[in-house]
Ligand binder design. Structure first.
Ligand SMILES: [Zn+2]
Length: 112
């Protein structure tokens, strides 16, 4: 599998410090608005297919039970994914990969 990795940069000030603002809205996919921590400029917006945090599948099940969700509803929660060894391995490889010189838009177009 080949992939490219890049750290996002603010288009206004060139800073690499960003804040991710998650927007969760009923009936809409989860969106992430990326804002520059230095100047506050809009950097990017993503639509998520799935959200994976550091929570394991087991701890997600506990959280769902605590919130009164039935066992069946967990199968409907396709937007949430448990942390796994596979994710850990992908994260490690992503950190190790050389940073790409292309623009993010070019990276995306190259993989289409
Ligand atoms: Zn900035």
């Amino acid at each position: 599998m080949s992939f490219n990795v890049k750290v996002e940069t603010c288009p206004k000030c060139g800073c690499k410090n960003t804040e991710n603002l998650l927007r969760v809205e009923k009936g809409s996919p989860i969106k992430v608005y990326v804002k520059c921590s230095e100047c506050g400029a809009f950097v990017a917006c993503y639509t998520l297919e799935r959200y994976t945090s550091d929570k394991t599948y087991e701890s997600l099940l506990r959280l769902m039970r605590k919130r009164g969700h039935s066992v069946h509803s967990r199968f409907r929660a396709k937007e949430i994914d448990g942390f796994s060894a596979e994710i850990q391995e992908q994260f490690r490889k992503t950190l190790e990969a050389p940073r790409c010189e292309l623009k993010i838009e070019e990276m995306i177009l190259n993989h289409r």
